[in-house]
Design a protein around this ligand. Structure first.
Ligand SMILES: *Cc1c(COP(=O)(O)O)cnc(C)c1O
Length: 445
């Protein structure tokens, strides 16, 4: 996909309306199919065809509904707010093949950290020049693989890695990854990666001595970053390294601002980052980014089945509460609770013998009424840690066979699910697309 086609899409007149409301999916699209209606219909069709009294094992497994239109809108929102930064989608966040296909059509690059990720992107027909191998501490055989495939761009942050690259891929285009203050982020990365600012001179001097090709600087402010100033300080530090590199005879041409963007705070982050770029990076410097979570989090909704229930009666009052056991949990798609410090919110999807459907209904939200019933929500494994929610209240009475759903489940969920205890890590994805522009790119009807 050429960039000119992408430009045309940006001017789609309906798009402005999406940005009036941060929860874009509530806005009607041409009055026909709102994103919510599309997702709701897909959920309904699937769960109403499952009868847990007679279905085969696996038929009632959890599944996702992915709205690829939401990924498309996030891309347009990125272009609107960060026109100078070319996104390289961080594949680890959600290596969904349709997401990769859509982003490929939209012209993004891809951030990969392993042979399997690189292979997946190449197999999707994406040119190696659109990949950055953004893992500062790489496996030897993977570096050889990258060299054979012509994946030139890669990051480093220590002297041992420079010697490795000298041996295995001296022609690589190198980004020096620097350490940032990531204390405001959900998932801190700087204790593991990034060169401290007092080591960059030494690294540049060694790279020069080894005859290696340093082309840029990269950083990551931490996944789920919340303090926009982190970007300001990181860009300022990158400027320092650009100047040091020039003193060592390098002519750096690209800054990689990494990931860490969240949908909720994106405009604020983008404003601070843009100002920092204007301030520290002259216009001939290319800027790329590695957003992961930002692109996919809101695009995926998951539906889970209640496989069992335990009734608890308080002896003093006779008040009943319930423990609900779902067919998915912390060892499955809710791994994000542990690895990504998330707190997924349960909503009621379908209840009762008459299969009442509650998607996106106000009454399906958690309740604040005192008359509501208290539930705790658990995963299916035998481990006590496998708890999704300690205490939630619903107006509905929930029982075995009912369904719950959780929104914003696209980032760091299915990619880190396990098969612990023999429960499936399978997860069907039902794709819908609420944007005509994305449909056209994907050839969807
Ligand atoms: C995880 C990661 C990303 C993506 O981070 P998000 O917070 O999901 O945007 C980008 N770059 C690197 C090097 C990463 O490790």
């Amino acid at each position: 996909m050429s960039s000119s086609a992408t430009e045309t899409l940006v001017t789609t007149p309906t798009l402005d309306r999406y940005f009036e409301n941060s929860k874009s999916s509530y806005i009607e699209l041409n009055g026909v199919n709102t994103p919510k209606q599309l997702i709701g219909n897909a959920l309904k069709e699937r769960v109403q065809n499952i009868d847990h009294d007679i279905c085969e094992p696996g038929d009632e497994d959890t599944f996702f509904v992915a709205d690829l239109g939401e990924v498309y809108r996030q891309h347009m929102r990125w272009k609107l707010n960060l026109p100078r930064v070319k996104p390289f989608y961080a594949v680890k966040c959600n290596p969904d093949p349709q997401v990769i296909r859509l982003l490929s059509e939209l012209g993004t690059g891809f951030d990969c950290a392993s042979k399997a990720e690189i292979e997946m992107v190449l197999k999707a027909g994406i040119d190696p020049s659109r990949i950055i191998y953004a893992q500062p501490c790489k496996t030897n055989s993977y570096v050889r693989y990258a060299a054979n495939q012509g994946v030139k761009q890669m990051t480093f942050d220590n002297t041992d890695e420079l010697h490795k690259i000298k041996k295995l891929y001296p022609g690589a285009e190198l980004y020096l990854r620097i350490c940032t203050d990531d204390s405001s982020s959900l998932c801190r990365l700087s204790m593991k990666f990034g060169a401290a600012m007092d080591t960059t001179e030494e690294l540049l001097s060694l790279a020069k001595e080894l005859g290696l090709n340093v082309v840029g600087v990269s950083f990551h402010v931490g996944s789920g970053a919340s303090d926009p100033l982190a970007f300001m300080n990181a860009v300022r530090d990158a400027r320092t390294v650009f100047d040091q590199a020039a003193d060592h005879g390098f002519s750096l041409h690209t800054l990689d601002v990494g990931g860490g963007f969240c949908s909720e705070t994106f405009e604020d982050m983008a404003a601070v980052l843009s100002a920092a770029l204007d301030n520290y990076m002259p216009s001939h410097i290319n800027v790329i980014g590695e957003p992961g979570r930002y692109y996919v989090s809101s695009a995926f909704t998951i539906a889970c089945h209640i496989i069992a229930r335990r009734t608890i009666t308080l002896p003093e009052t006779g008040i009943k509460s319930y423990m609900l056991y779902l067919n998915d949990g912390l060892y499955g798609n809710f791994s994000s609770i542990i690895f990504d410090h998330q707190n997924p919110i349960a909503h009621v999807l379908q209840t009762g013998a008459n299969q009442r459907f509650h998607y996106n209904a106000l009454s399906s939200q958690q309740s604040h009424h005192n008359e509501s019933t208290e539930y705790s929500i658990w995963g299916p494994t035998c481990d006590g840690i496998d708890r999704i929610a300690e205490s939630v209240r619903f107006d509905h009475t929930l029982d075995m066979g009912d369904w719950l759903y959780f929104e914003d489940m696209g980032a760091y969920t299915k990619c880190s699910a396990t098969r612990f205890n023999g429960f499936s890590d399978a997860h069907d994805v039902v794709y819908v697309c609420s944007e005509p522009g994305a449909k056209a790119l994907l050839g969807m009807k």
